[in-house]
Design a binder for this molecule. Structure first.
Ligand code: BTN
Length: 325
């Protein structure tokens, strides 16, 4: 992996685990002057890194800032493609809109657009998505799988499974997936996924996977209409979560499960999805663009549709809907 000088300095100080490293050693290792080292360290301090200078010994990294800036994510990244290009915004309207434009301009497979705060976050069904500053993960990933458009919807389920796995790994919580792709903990929503497609008739150009994860919010953040339906990982697990670590795990699993899907098809993803699901075998109400239907959720088809047995015995496949359990 090609690290910038800034990333190398952070990584070197972090590796030293509290042992001071002299400016001269950093300068020699990075092949830059001591003045440049000093300038980089000042820049890092301005970004919230707490760096202590110990006289005649060197520098210690005391605390990392709580951000999702590229260099923080890169510290943990274990992927080949996903997150190798990260576009970071402290504030933006919507990472989804930026990523869609970047994809049209030819951004590479795996490019990530991420923000600390969104002022016009978008949810499914034209809803807005609450994206407060520094408390969640608001990111959009550009994927360019070599598939035809009819298989694109399955990528939403690939994303849901990847995020569930990452959350399980980083926290002590096991989320449930509500079809197609809401992640719930104790019945409240912790993650939403918005998948958008750019395609020709016979070929996907890009899938933009928009991921919103409520991470470190407290109950105060979910007053009003959100209170009964939304929660955060911190509220459920009792501890604050390192957002940059969670981002890197999401990208890791998204790459792994996307590769699995391309190589082996939907069957293994479907099995993992089913192990997290909280929709199947329940009576549900599905509101589609055209109608509202009620019935027993009896399964998921091989193309990711929800199978509903209506009260008159008819089996209906639902491709896109809002589900009430
Ligand atoms: C949902 O309705 O459940 C989907 C919510 C998706 C929100 C994410 S946050 C990052 C990306 N940017 C947006 O504007 N929306 C998605």
């Amino acid at each position: 992996m090609n690290m910038s000088i800034k990333e190398k300095i952070i990584s070197r100080l972090k590796e030293a685990s509290g042992e001071p490293i002299s400016g001269q050693i950093l300068a020699d290792e990075l092949e830059i002057s001591r003045t440049m080292v000093w300038k980089y360290l000042k820049g890092l301090e301005e970004e919230g890194y707490e760096i202590v200078a110990i006289k005649k010994k060197g520098y210690i990294l005391n605390r990392l800032p709580d951000t999702v800036a590229a260099e923080r994510i890169s510290l943990h990244l274990q992927t080949e493609h996903l997150g190798r290009e990260i576009i970071y915004h402290p504030v933006c309207e919507s990472t989804q809109t930026i990523a869609a434009n970047k994809a049209r301009d030819g951004a590479l497979h795996g490019t990530v657009v991420i923000a600390e705060e969104q002022t016009a976050g978008r949810g499914r069904m034209d809803r807005s998505w609450e994206s407060s500053s520094g408390e969640g993960i608001w990111m959009s990933v550009i994927l360019r799988p070599k598939i035809t458009p009819q298989f694109a919807a399955q990528f939403t389920l690939v994303a849901a499974v990847s995020i569930a796995r990452a959350i399980e790994e980083v926290t002590n919580c096991v989320p449930n997936i509500k079809w197609p792709n809401d992640l719930l903990i104790n019945g409240k929503k912790v993650t939403g996924i918005l998948t958008e497609l750019q395609a020709d008739m016979d070929r996907v150009q890009a899938i933009i996977v928009g991921i919103g994860i409520n991470v470190n919010q407290t109950a105060d953040s979910f007053k009003g209409v959100l209170e009964p339906i939304a929660t955060s990982l911190k509220m459920e697990s009792g501890t604050a979560v390192d957002r940059s670590l969670l981002v890197s795990k999401v990208l890791f699993h998204l790459e792994r499960y996307s590769d699995m899907y391309i190589k082996l098809g939907f069957e293994p993803i479907k099995l993992i999805w089913e192990s997290y699901n909280c929709t199947l075998n329940n009576r549900i109400r599905a509101t589609t663009l055209r109608e509202t239907v009620e019935g027993q959720a009896i399964g998921m088809t091989n193309d990711g549709a929800l199978q509903l047995r209506l009260d008159n015995g008819e089996i209906k496949n639902i491709y896109s809907a809002d589900i009430d359990l």
